[in-house]
Write a protein that binds this ligand. Structure first.
Ligand SMILES: Nc1nc2c(ncn2[C@@H]2O[C@H](COP(=O)(O)OP(=O)(O)OP(=O)(O)O)[C@@H](O)[C@H]2O)c(=O)[nH]1
Ligand SMILES: [Zn+2]
Length: 188
């Protein structure tokens, strides 16, 4: 199912090109509105995806200990400036009642929430909430580290600066030892 109205994006991009004083009819720019529309369809494809749907794949595995998928690369679009921010997500959970999901599904959930106009904080909490809702684990911990192009190529211009956000749910909230175990694996 298409997530975006490509004809409308093409029209808008033509207008932006005109507004910056460019000629949308010059050869190099002729196909640009179409390319941008296709790109937006791709980078915003998460808008019609529910990250929780991936957690329908459940293995009744008797493992109630840590599962951590770390260094999941992602690209997203800052909702304030519509420029990229990108980095890595680390997703950990402690399964309960045999509700162990496929490892790739954790990465798919990251993709689904990243491919939207986003805030880093919201990416972090949406991943944690969808795992809590669907798998009802003992706890979830999500850590996201990212570089925001809106802080590096423009504005305050601080290339190399990184933003780290975390979302902590369930047992990880009260249990500092469980939290630090996850952090030590992430930083290893
Ligand atoms: N909390 C949060 N802020 C973000 C994120 N991405 C971008 N921002 C910030 O959003 C803010 C928008 O601030 P505004 O003052 O409305 O916009 P601006 O004039 O373009 O701000 P500057 O970037 O400071 O030039 C900036 O401080 C950005 O750094 C994010 O994922 N989370
Ligand atoms: Zn921004």
């Amino acid at each position: 199912m298409p997530t975006v109205n490509k004809a409308q994006i093409e029209e808008a991009v033509r207008m932006i090109l005109q507004a910056i004083g460019e000629d949308p009819e010059r050869e190099g720019l002729l196909d640009t509105p179409k390319r941008v529309a296709k790109m937006y369809e791709e980078v915003f494809s998460g808008l019609n995806q529910d990250p929780g749907e991936y957690f329908e794949t459940i293995f009744g595995e008797d493992h109630e200990e840590l599962v951590l998928v770390k260094d999941i690369p992602f690209y997203s679009m800052c909702e304030h400036h519509l420029v990229p921010f990108f980095g890595k997500a680390h997703v950990a959970y402690l399964p309960r009642n045999g509700k162990v999901t496929g490892l790739s599904k954790l990465a798919r959930a990251v993709e689904a929430v990243a491919k939207r106009p986003q805030l880093q904080e919201r990416i972090t909490s949406e991943i944690a909430n969808s795992i809590m809702d669907r798998l009802q684990p003992h706890g979830v911990m999500v850590v996201v580290e990212a570089e925001h192009m809106c802080m590096t190529m423009r504005g305050v211009k601080k290339p190399g600066s990184k933003t780290v956000t975390s979302a902590v749910r369930g047992i990880f909230v009260e249990n500092a030892i469980a939290r630090s175990e996850v952090l030590s694996f992430i930083n290893n």
